[in-house]
Design a protein around this ligand. Structure first.
Ligand code: ADP
Length: 334
C-alpha cells in the first residue's frame, strides 16, 4: 500500500464500516438505512481522513523524505508503507554505525596526532640541544664540535625516517584498496630487498637466505607494496637480530596460494607484546628501537598492505629464540 493514499485509505475504511451499518440498519429496520449510512459515511470519512493525514501521513512523509534524501530519491509517491518500518530501522542502524565510526576516527586522529608530535619532539629537542651547545662555544671545542654535528645529523635522519613512514601510511590510507595487481617473480623481489639491505646485514654479521619450497616463483599481487613488506620485515629481522644470526625467507606451496615466511633467530618478542605489535608507534623496547632508527610504523605498514591483499599477517615468536612473520599470497601465472 502506498503511503501517499490516505484519501483512498479513508474511503475504503468508511465504505466497509458503512456497508455493515447499512446492513444492520436494513435488517433491524429501525432507521432509514440510506440516511444513517450516508451520515455515518461522512463522519467516519472526515475522522479517518483527518487522522491519517495529519497524525500519520504528514509525519511519516517528513521522516521518509529525510531517509530518502540519503538514498538518492525524494519521490514520496514511490514509497511503500509495508517497508516503512524496515527501511526506517535500516536507516537508523546505518546512522548509528556512521556515528560510531566517526567517533572512532576522531579518537584515532587525536591519538595519531599526539603520537606523531611526541615522536618528532625527541629528535627536534636533541637537534636544538646540540646546536645550542655549539653556539655557546662548542663550535670552537674540537672535542665536541664534530661529535655534536654527527649526533644532530642522526636526529635529522630519524625525523626523515618518521616523515617517510608517515607518508607511506597516509598514502596507503588515501588510496586504501587501490592495488596495482600483477603477476611477478617473488624470488627476484626478495633478492632485490636482500641487495638493498646487504650492508645493514653485514654490519650485524647476519646472513640473508632464501629457501624456495614452492613449485612456483610467481605471485599475483602489488609488486611495489610487497617489496615494501619485505624491506620492513627483513630490515626488522636485522635490527632485532643477533650477531652472526640468520634471516631466512621461506616460500611454501599451498595449492593455488603461496605461504611466505620471514624468520630470524634474533631477540624475539614476549607473548604479552605480540597482540599489540602491529599498532602504530608500538615498540617492545622504545629506546632500542629509537637508537637503531626505528619509527614504530614498519609493522603497521606491513599489516595495511597485507590486509589490502585480503590476507592477514601472522607472527610467532619466542624471546631469545627468534621471530617468524608469515603471510599468504595468490600464486601468479608465468
Ligand atoms: P620499529 O621501527 O620500531 O622497528 P616496527 O613497527 O617495525 O617498528 O616494529 C614494532 C616493534 O616490534 C619493534 O619496535 C620491535 O620491538 C618489535 N619487532 C619487530 N620486528 C621484530 C623482530 N623481527 N624481532 C624482534 N622484535 C621485533
Amino acid at each position: 500500500m502506498k503511503i501517499n493514499t490516505p484519501l483512498k485509505f479513508a474511503i475504503l475504511i468508511c465504505l466497509i464500516i458503512s456497508f455493515f451499518v447499512i446492513l444492520y440498519s436494513y435488517l433491524s429496520t429501525l432507521f432509514n438505512p440510506i440516511i444513517v449510512g450516508s451520515a455515518l459515511f461522512i463522519i467516519y470519512f472526515s475522522a479517518t481522513y483527518y487522522l491519517l493525514k495529519y497524525q500519520f501521513y504528514e509525519k511519516v512523509k517528513i521522516i521518509y523524505k529525510n531517509i530518502y534524501k540519503f538514498k538518492g530519491t525524494s519521490n514520496i509517491s514511490d514509497l511503500n508503507l509495508e517497508n516503512a518500518n524496515i527501511e526506517a530501522e535500516q536507516w537508523a542502524d546505518q546512522k548509528e554505525e556512521e556515528l560510531i565510526k566517526m567517533k572512532e576516527n576522531e579518537n584515532y586522529r587525536r591519538e595519531f596526532i599526539g603520537n606523531v608530535s611526541h615522536e618528532l619532539k625527541t629528535p627536534i629537542f636533541n637537534i636544538q640541544g646540540y646546536i645550542q651547545t655549539l653556539i655557546d662555544g662548542g663550535l670552537q671545542d674540537e672535542n665536541v664540535n664534530l661529535k655534536y654535528l654527527k649526533r644532530a645529523n642522526l636526529s635529522v635522519d630519524r625525523m626523515i625516517n618518521i616523515v617517510d613512514d608517515l607518508e607511506v601510511i597516509s598514502q596507503l590510507e588515501t588510496d586504501n584498496e587501490v592495488l596495482e595487481l600483477d603477476n611477478f617473480n617473488i624470488v627476484d623481489t626478495i633478492n632485490e630487498a636482500f641487495d638493498q639491505l646487504e650492508m645493514k646485514a653485514n654490519n650485524m654479521n647476519i646472513s640473508l637466505k632464501l629457501t624456495n619450497e614452492s613449485n612456483s616463483d610467481m605471485v599475483h599481487a602489488d609488486r611495489n607494496k610487497i617489496q615494501q613488506v619485505f624491506m620492513n620485515l627483513i630490515s626488522n629481522s636485522i635490527k632485532y637480530g643477533k650477531d652472526n644470526g640468520v634471516t631466512n625467507v621461506r616460500l611454501f606451496d599451498m595449492s593455488d596460494k603461496m605461504l611466505i615466511e620471514v624468520a630470524d633467530d634474533g631477540i624475539g618478542i614476549g607473548e604479552e607484546a605480540l597482540s599489540r605489535l602491529f599498532e602504530r608507534f608500538y615498540r617492545v623496547d622504545k629506546n632500542r628501537s629509537r637508537e637503531i632508527g626505528g619509527t614504530g610504523l614498519g609493522l603497521a605498514i606491513v599489516k595495511h598492505i597485507i590486509e589490502a591483499h585480503q590476507q592477514t599477517i601472522n607472527v610467532r615468536s619466542t624471546v631469545d629464540v627468534g621471530s617468524t612473520f608469515s603471510f599468504i599470497l595468490e600464486k601468479g601465472k608465468n
